[in-house]
Design a protein around this ligand. Structure first.
Ligand code: NAP
Ligand code: F7E
Length: 330
């Protein structure tokens, strides 16, 4: 007799990771449900086009009863909390909204899960999308699961709350709740506000003559950039473990924004990007995270996870995808 079909609920289904995770779980035979917010969500069409087998439920992380209704409607075995206000720069402009969604949304969902599960608290497995931004003003390098958190933005503070709450609910109520501390991960589906996609889109448009220049912030910041398709696999692996835990997911390699510009422009055949790029203080942050690099040794040892796509391949994938997309505008 074959095993019963497993069911997953994903918050943040319209985001970069939500789409990759939905594809992964559908390929594994899961029944996949997604939480979608707003009376008319412009990204609904994209979800329906890319993952038509996902069943969507209306709900918002700030509205606890909507979360409870979604849980009752789908009776999930696994819940992946990917929903968040996720753009760091925006979090200084909208700290309350960021806190309501990215911090208190985790509380709402964990409490809804407890109400839904009753006494059987370990029946549903929970994944929290934590972030390397929590390391902020880093206290050691590379960063690992026990590195002291020093968040540097309202977003990072909100993520630190969600991370600690997830650990606390695991310890208080024996919930199978894991926190994935993921370093930056990118793809052609990355939102255009994030630096990798902003650069890949601009490179494509500049090389096609559709745009003259690119206005940037801090070119010296360094990030450990991986491929989102690889990282959602780590999320799934965490929930397949008998015991819930916390894991850093990273490539172990760091690159500056300047190097990102070198590689991206070179992909379009432009060796010197200086005539096209200028810096403007409007893109500088009140407090910067200078350099992140992760130690994913535990994920490698316990989960058997490792990244497949390297930095150059990732940037080339994004530039090629944007070139193909921008050619339609010619
Ligand atoms: P993303 O593309 O910005 O997606 C964020 C998702 O959250 C969207 O689906 C968005 O829905 C949803 N959302 C926003 N406000 C919500 C609310 N009030 N209620 C319910 N859903 C809401 O982010 P991502 O890159 O896929 O990242 C997924 C998660 O991992 C996020 O929690 C992010 O903070 C975290 N993370 C990301 C990275 C990374 O490098 N990508 C690294 C570490 C952690 P709408 O379409 O309706 O806005
Ligand atoms: O910035 C610098 C910027 O916005 C990366 C989110 O997914 O990853 C992401 O957060 C770096 C920063 O990502 C521009 O100052 C320079 O140092 O792509 P980003 P992020 O802030 O690292 C973490 C892990 C998350 O959890 C978040 O949700 O690039 N930078 N010039 C710029 N950044 C942007 N966006 N735009 C610029 O013009």
């Amino acid at each position: 007799m074959s095993a019963p079909r497993r069911t997953a609920l994903i918050t943040g289904i319209t985001g970069q990771d939500g789409l990759y995770l939905a594809e992964l779980l559908l390929a594994k035979g899961y029944a996949v449900h997604g939480l979608i917010r707003g009376q008319h969500n412009p990204k609904r069409e994209l979800v329906e086009q890319l993952v038509p087998d996902v069943r969507l439920h209306h709900g918002d992380l700030t509205d606890q009863s909507s979360l409870l209704r979604a849980l009752r409607a789908c009776e999930p075995d696994e819940v992946y909390n990917l929903g968040a206000v996720s753009f760091v720069a925006y979090s200084w402009q909208n700290p309350h909204v960021t806190t309501d969604v990215t911090a208190l949304g985790v509380l709402n969902l964990l409490e809804a899960l407890r109400l839904h599960s009753g006494d059987d608290t370990s029946a549903v497995r929970f994944y929290q999308a934590s972030s390397s931004e929590m390391f902020g003003k880093v206290q050691e390098s590379p960063q690992h699961e026990r590195t002291l958190l020093w968040p540097r933005s309202p977003y990072a503070v909100a993520k630190a709350y969600g991370h600690h709450l997830t650990v606390n609910y695991r310890e208080s109520y024996a919930l199978h709740a894991s926190s994935g501390i993921l370093f930056n991960h990118e793809s052609p589906r990355r939102g255009p506000e994030f630096v990798t996609r902003k650069v890949s889109q601009a490179v494509a448009r500049i090389s096609l003559g559709l745009q003259d220049d690119l206005v940037m912030g801090n070119l010296d910041a360094e990030r450990d950039w991986g491929f989102a398709g690889d990282y959602v696999e780590a999320m799934w692996l965490m929930l397949q473990q008998d015991v819930a835990d916390d894991y850093v997911v990273a490539t172990g390699q760091t690159h500056s924004v300047r190097e990102l510009l070198d590689v991206a422009f070179a992909c379009a055949g432009i060796d010197d990007w200086t005539p096209y790029v200028r810096q403007d203080a409007q893109h500088l942050r009140p407090a910067e995270v200078d350099r992140l690099v992760g130690d994913a040794g535990k994920a490698r040892r316990v989960l058997g996870w490792q990244p497949r796509v390297g930095f150059h391949e990732l940037v080339a994938m994004m530039v090629e995808s944007d070139l193909a997309e921008q050619k339609h505008h010619l």
